[in-house]
Design a protein around this ligand. Structure first.
Ligand code: ASP
Length: 335
């Protein structure tokens, strides 16, 4: 038995006579896929009100996690219909909030509404349900299904606003590849976790995502990382570089020293990992107390910071966990 959760997004919109798109109810949406029932028995629920995903954030992630937690034992898997714009954030949040998850939680959506003749919604929904019901071990985590791939939720990025192939997982192979057959290529296993599900109930969204750019001054950086910011994801150049502009690293070093501010460095590039020890320009960050975020995506790093800031722990422990692989969100370096 699969539980479908509808949150809104283009997938469920219908075109009015004047051409404008408006959200439809899940019942209307399901009339376009009557064959879904031949794949798996499905129950459904709407996270009211159905929304454009730009209006889905931390309170909704907590609601979704609690909702899934309460029904966890009653279903084989969950499929969440969601707008594409913030799908990767919701996926990462559920991955961190649902610790010890051993069932599929698959998010999907569409580039065109389900009622459109060329819509990708039917394929995405049908295959997401098939994957959630198939029982393969590589589906038992929070994942995104789109176009022809099931991707680890903490690794996925949205790469196109118009292509049907709208998402990618640049640093982690797909969990499943869908063609005439469904194949499950080898993927790095998730780190071991508890055998029973723990639903975490707190997130702290006083975080900032700071992208370095040529010309960034220490004065501006000071504003970007100052109070009330409690944690920073720093998008650095290449493998973890920061310009030598006098005073720039000192702003971070002071905030880390005086406010215990967790700062995690990731790369601005789509693929690859930061190696802060690699260049002198990155070493300065290490010496300032910046944590290496490896190959985390910016959305996964940001949500991970919200999650860790929401838990009671020492600043030192928080820094250790930021750099650690908790839900498959970063590749561990070969020893
Ligand atoms: N703006 C829409 C949303 O994210 C786009 C989509 O669904 O693809 O809800």
């Amino acid at each position: 038995m699969i539980h479908l959760i509808y949150t809104g997004g283009t997938v469920g919109m219908v075109r009015r006579a004047d051409g404008a798109l408006e959200p439809a109810g899940i019942e209307g949406l399901l009339t376009h896929v009557p064959e879904l029932r031949t794949l798996a028995a499905c129950d459904y629920y709407t996270l009211e009100p159905p929304r454009d995903s730009v209006d889905i954030g931390p309170p909704d992630w907590l609601r979704l996690a609690r909702y899934i937690g309460r029904r966890y034992l009653n279903y084989d898997g969950f499929v969440i219909l969601h707008g594409t714009d913030t799908m990767v954030y919701t996926a990462a949040a559920l991955a961190f909030l649902l610790e010890g998850l051993r069932k599929p939680v698959i998010l999907t959506g569409a580039q065109l509404p389900i009622g459109d003749i060329r819509s990708d919604a039917r394929n995405n929904l049908i295959t997401a349900v098939e994957l959630a019901a198939c029982g393969h071990p590589q589906t038992r985590e929070v994942a995104i299904y789109f176009h022809d791939r099931l991707m680890r939720g903490t690794r996925t990025v949205k790469t196109s606003i118009s292509a049907f192939d709208a998402f990618a997982s640049p640093d982690c192979p797909p969990l499943a590849q869908v063609g005439t057959d469904i194949t499950f290529p080898p993927v790095p296993p998730l780190p071991p976790g508890p055998v029973t599900l723990t639903v975490h109930r707190r997130l702290n969204s006083n975080v900032a995502l700071v992208k370095l750019f040529p010309g960034l001054t220490p004065e501006l950086l000071q504003h970007l990382v100052g109070a009330p910011v409690q944690g920073v994801v720093l998008e650095t150049f290449g493998s973890g570089n920061i310009p030598a502009t006098p005073g720039l690293v000192e702003v971070l070093a002071t905030a880390i020293r005086e406010r215990d501010l967790p700062v995690v460095a990731i790369t601005q590039q789509l693929q690859g990992r930061v190696r802060l020890e690699h260049y002198a320009a990155g070493r300065r960050l290490l010496e300032a107390g910046v944590v290496s975020g490896g190959d985390m995506t910016s959305s996964a790093a940001l949500v991970k910071l919200m999650y860790l800031l929401g838990q009671d722990m020492s600043p030192q422990r928080r820094r250790e966990l930021l750099a650690a692989n908790l839900r498959g969100e970063l590749s561990e370096e070969p020893a």
